[in-house]
Design a protein around this ligand. Structure first.
Ligand SMILES: Cc1cc2nc3c(=O)[nH]c(=O)nc-3n(C[C@H](O)[C@H](O)[C@H](O)COP(=O)(O)O)c2cc1C
Length: 382
């Protein structure tokens, strides 16, 4: 075990080295036009690379136009989406962060309002803004809740086309320069809807038994892996539990992880919930590190490395999780929105003294000089 904090020791996966174990979790900005990344996305993600994170995830990026959660989601369903994403990936890399993309399809949770417009299904107020409803798809014709859009159950032909969209999106992710790719299988979006018996009531080979319900996730992972380079890591985000009676359980997540490993998944990203209600609706009781036990169980029982996420707020908390072998990577979401320099501050908090060498030279040079010149003066004041 390294001498210094584990959080700041490098982590190697396949041919990619992360300079530390801090990951910025994917966070939708609901600010794209026609799926295109713009200046907001650039600035939003750039600040996390400047803030020292080892791995920076762009938000859920839709593999098909109808797979966006809202009109403002990022997409990668056409070649035109590649260039602005490439600008972001290039910048992240130039500043020491590994750029990551999360590919997603929202399934029956597509066609939603942006959170600040209500977080519900699109309605007349959105239509007045020019944001019309579009038809949504799912494993079965079961809406998420009363008052939500009735999805169309995918036909086998449509499943074939969907798989092709994931492959094309993977190729575009390579073209954009991303080095880690995550398949979004969580939060009640399309792949999770196939996994959970509550949303998947199909009677064909994609529904019913556990093996049938996980079939599409396995197929998509295999498809993505067949395109994604062998020296680049592949992550899978799972809702470790539905948190609803009769739903997906942590034992299911462990069994899924055991099958994803041999297909080339390197890290299980262990989130939870989201099957019913918006992704922010809490079905699982929340407290600092509330999802760590899932990452720990999945890691222990499947042998796959895990990433944990959810109310990880303090550097020492992150370090303890790693030291206790509960996860391999620490993902930070909202706390990084509050403080994009969370990683650099964590380094200081954990006593790593590298004379601000992890900071961009444009700032680190000054801070180091200030520290050194202040030290004797502070001493004199004692
Ligand atoms: C603004 C926002 C957008 C999010 N968008 C995504 C997303 O695109 N994909 C995803 O898997 N999770 C998304 N999440 C969930 C986060 O990745 C993370 O799992 C969650 O916020 C819990 O971590 P935290 O307590 O550190 O924020 C989002 C969360 C927030 C706050």
């Amino acid at each position: 075990m390294p001498q210094g904090p584990l959080l700041f020791s490098p982590y190697d996966i396949r041919g990619v080295r992360l300079k530390n174990r801090v990951v910025i979790s994917p966070m939708c900005q609901y600010s794209a036009v026609d799926g295109m990344a713009g200046d907001w996305h650039f600035a939003h993600l750039a600040r996390f690379a400047l803030g020292g994170a080892g791995l920076v995830f762009a938000e859920a990026t839709a593999v098909e136009c109808n797979g966006r959660i809202t009109h403002g989601d990022l997409g990668i369903w056409s070649d035109a989406h590649v260039e602005p994403l490439k600008r972001i990936a290039t910048f992240l890399k130039a500043h020491g962060a590994v750029p990551a993309i999360q590919l997603a399809h929202a399934g029956r949770k597509a066609s939603m309002q942006r959170p600040w417009h209500g977080n519900g299904p699109l309605d007349d107020t959105d239509r007045a803004r020019g944001e019309d409803v579009w038809p949504v798809i799912a494993p079965s014709a079961i809406p998420m809740d009363a008052g939500w859009l009735m999805p169309q159950a995918l036909t086998l032909d449509e499943i074939g086309r969907l798989r092709a969209s994931w492959k094309a999106a993977t190729q575009r992710s390579i073209d954009a320069g991303f080095e880690v790719l995550e398949v979004h299988g969580a939060h009640g979006y399309l792949l999770h809807e196939f996994l959970s018996p509550l949303s998947n009531q199909r009677t064909d080979r994609y529904g019913g038994s556990f093996d049938n319900r996980i079939r599409l996730a396995l197929e998509i992972v295999s498809d993505v892996r067949s395109v994604w380079p062998a020296d680049k890591p592949l992550f899978f985000r799972v809702s470790s539990v539905d948190g609803v009676d009769g739903g997906w359980t942590v034992e299911d997540s462990i069994a899924l992880a055991r099958q994803l490993g041999p297909l080339g998944v390197d890290v299980m990203d262990c989130s939870s919930g989201g099957l019913l209600g918006s992704a922010t609706a809490a079905r699982v009781k929340r407290y600092p590190g509330f999802q760590v036990p899932y990452a720990a169980a999945i890691r222990r029982e499947s042998g796959l490395p895990t990433m944990t996420v959810g109310l990880i707020l303090e550097p020492q908390q992150a370090e303890d999780i790693l030291r206790q072998g509960e996860a391999d990577l620490i993902a930070i979401g909202r706390e990084a929105l509050r403080n994009p320099h969370w990683t650099l501050h964590a380094e200081e908090a954990l006593g790593v003294d590298n004379e601000y060498a992890s900071w961009p030279v444009q700032t680190g040079w000054w801070l180091d000089k200030r520290k050194k010149s202040l030290a004797p003066r502070l001493e004199a004041h004692r």
